[in-house]
Design a binder for this molecule. Structure first.
Ligand code: ZN
Length: 67
């Protein structure tokens, strides 16, 4: 997972679907780009962060913590 965009996502922590996607969201009126992971099945979204790597990490951590 060195350069980000081909990361593996874990299943959704809410509905356990693996139909998840990485979303790139440019912030209006700024140079920032934010990233998050979204579940297409239940529309859950991961934390919105400015690092693509971190967005995936946070999603995977959350998934890993789900019971
Ligand atoms: Zn889901």
């Amino acid at each position: 997972m060195e350069k980000g965009h081909r990361a593996i996502f874990k299943h959704c922590p809410f509905c356990w679907s693996t139909d998840t996607a990485f979303v790139i969201a440019p912030v209006p009126h700024s140079d920032l780009i934010e990233y998050y992971v979204e579940c297409h099945s239940c529309k859950a979204t991961g934390p919105l962060v400015t690092s693509s790597k971190r967005a995936v990490e946070l999603w995977n951590e959350r998934s890993g913590n789900a019971v």
